[in-house]
Design a protein around this ligand. Structure first.
Ligand code: ADP
Length: 151
């Protein structure tokens, strides 16, 4: 078995890993996307959350599986609705910066109970965040597995 020190080292390394080292590609749509097309994008891209951006790529909102389920229930015309009407919008989105550590990303996901965070770059305008990527609980599980199996 491994000594305590080895395990400490593997876990310590997590504090050196930046979000930008592990982030995935952002999956983005515009607010004018229909609920129907958002569902199709989730299946095609194999993600549970979409980032909603404006023409310049600035974050406007987040649409999750539950947002889409909720609007679809008992609503025959839901599929043609625009996702800008069902998304969680800025400034209520919890984001993470590329330069922050994966530990900070994990802390935010656990604390706020979201499955994923949009990775953003700040601009001079605090209301304008450029979407750069995404980090999810799956990203964190993979890192945990790597840390546990590293010799
Ligand atoms: P799911 O709906 O697939 O369970 P989540 O638990 O991540 O996914 O999302 C639950 C709710 O939180 C949804 O209404 C979604 O719009 C919102 N949400 C998801 N991620 C974020 C985030 N990073 N910041 C703010 N709200 C979010």
């Amino acid at each position: 078995g491994k000594s305590l020190t080895d395990q400490d080292n593997a876990m310590d390394r997590l504090n050196d890993i930046k979000v930008k080292d592990v982030q995935g590609l952002p999956v983005v749509v515009q607010g004018t996307t229909t609920v129907n097309d958002a569902v199709v994008t989730m299946f095609l891209e194999d993600v549970g959350t979409l980032a909603v951006v404006d023409e310049s790529g600035y974050l406007e909102g987040i649409v999750s599986r539950k947002d889409l389920l909720k609007v679809t229930l008992g609503n025959a015309s839901a599929s043609s609705m625009l996702i800008s009407l069902v998304m969680t919008r800025q400034p209520n989105i919890i984001t993470i910066l590329e330069e922050e550590t994966v530990v900070e990303a994990a802390r935010k996901m656990v604390h706020y109970q979201f499955d994923s965070l949009p990775v953003v770059q700040a601009t001079d305008d605090p209301n304008k965040k450029q979407v750069m990527g995404r980090i999810t609980k799956t990203t964190m599980t993979k890192l945990l597995l790597e840390a546990a199996t590293k010799s």
